[in-house]
Write a protein that binds this ligand. Sequence first.
Ligand code: FPP
Length: 246
Amino acid sequence: MDRKDLVNKDKLPKHVAIIMDGNGRWAKQKGMLRVFGHENGTKSVKDVVEGCAEIGIKNLTLYAFSTENWNRPKKEVDTLIKLLINSLRKELKTLNDNNIRLKGIGNLAALPKKAQTELKEVIDKTSENTRMTLTLALSYGAREELKNAMISLCSKVKNNIISVENIDESIINAHLYTYDLPDVDLLIRTSGEHRISNFLLWQIAYAELYFTDILWPDFRRKDLFEAIINYQNRERRFGKTSEQLN
Ligand code: FPP
């Protein structure tokens, strides 16, 4: 039986987030340069985006570039940015054909101008699409996101726009980059590493975590379906007891 047929369409995670890891090791195993791994990683991105749309996932967020990734060798950073620009150019039509909206989160202003322009164009041209939201985390760090939210909230308090007593979780949520996305239900990390690496710290509070040894360039939609089936077989209690849920 096809993995896809084992996915319960009535119990889909509302938001899947993925830490795409292992591009470098995949290339090294093949005796190639790290950039070869990143190039092949884009094929996995395409397949997984299509797989999500195919089964009806409404929100997919991909960790494409962290604030820490700026510390990599310049040549590797340049390649990652170039791959991003090329993918955006190439996939605009695919996104529109599939009714997928693109969103970017992170310190986007830190990206090279050309990448910012390309990103803005694709975001604008897909803004009316409703089937799925694909969010790319670029120059993203969760602590920075939280810091920015706090600065914004503090300045609103200072200017009497909101009062301290009124600050609740929904107001904090509204000040995050992900203000228009639901919490993450399923977080996947590839390549056998068991870390969160400063990704969506607030949004994963109740997420199910799924780790696989598969390196990102080998990850395909069948592996995504496997992760979703695994998620669907877990009992999510949100702090309650099993008896209370039943
Ligand atoms: C982690 O592998 C991967 C990244 C830092 C970047 C992910 C980028 C892509 C898949 C390509 C471009 C993205 C888009 C959205 C078009 P790693 O280099 O950390 O691997 P390693 O841990 O084996 O060294």
